[in-house]
Design a protein around this ligand. Structure first.
Ligand code: GRF
Length: 201
């Protein structure tokens, strides 16, 4: 059974979807810890309800970004899970951290990468006028939203969509795609071949 640590900064609905799939046995793993940079993240309540230990590394309490990053890396090293799941973790991982845990970090992004990286991906999609959107689960590397793609789920963009309606439609798919990708990881079915991820049958 794999040990999973989750990083989240806010609401934590993706975190919740992972908690549920661990509980019902779809993911062959246990969530050993939630790490958050925000002491008021709703994700913390979700962890407490599920009996998952929480480590709060309050970004605002550190003098410099480097100090924060050092503490985050120290904590990640100490927890040392098989995989880190970034579920709405809203900070960029510094290069050294990304390198240290390469192949062991999975992120969910609410766009069909490589389109619409960064913040407000759903707004970017509406403004650009694309006809399909979706979410991407990918390994994390040093480049923001740039790592090898594990799964992508597609949704239509409707004429009357705004950022919020599109985000809601994408979020439903996020809640399916993220646990699915973690389940594959935990079953050792993901093989990283350069930029490509082969999914073993
Ligand atoms: C999700 O849309 C995720 O893809 C993005 O931030 C949002 C977090 O939502 N990175 P939640 O905290 O999981 O509810």
């Amino acid at each position: 059974m794999k040990r999973i640590a989750v990083l989240a900064s806010g609401r934590g609905s993706n975190f919740q979807s992972v908690i549920e799939k661990v509980k019902d046995g779809s993911i062959n793993g246990e969530i050993v810890c939630l790490i958050t940079d925000k002491p008021d993240a709703y994700a913390i309540e979700r962890a407490e309800k599920a009996g998952i230990p929480v480590k709060i590394i309050d970004f605002n309490k550190f003098k410099t970004r480097d100090d924060y990053n050092r503490e985050l890396r120290r904590t990640m090293t100490e927890v040392n899970p098989d995989v880190f799941v970034l579920a709405g973790y809203m900070r960029l991982l510094e290069t050294e951290t990304a390198k240290a845990f390469k192949g062991r970090m999975i992120n969910i992004h609410p766009a069909l990468l490589p389109s619409f990286k960064g913040l407000h991906a759903q707004r970017q999609a509406v403004e650009y006028g694309v006809k399909v959107a979706g979410c991407t689960v990918h390994f994390v590397d040093e480049e923001m939203d740039g790592g090898a793609i594990i799964l992508q789920h597609v949704v239509p963009v409707l004429d009357d969509d705004d950022e919020d309606t599109l985000a809601g439609r994408i979020l439903k798919e996020e809640h399916i795609a993220l646990p699915k990708a973690i389940a594959l990881f935990c079953d050792d079915r993901l093989v990283l071949e350069g930029r490509r991820v082969r999914i073993l049958k």
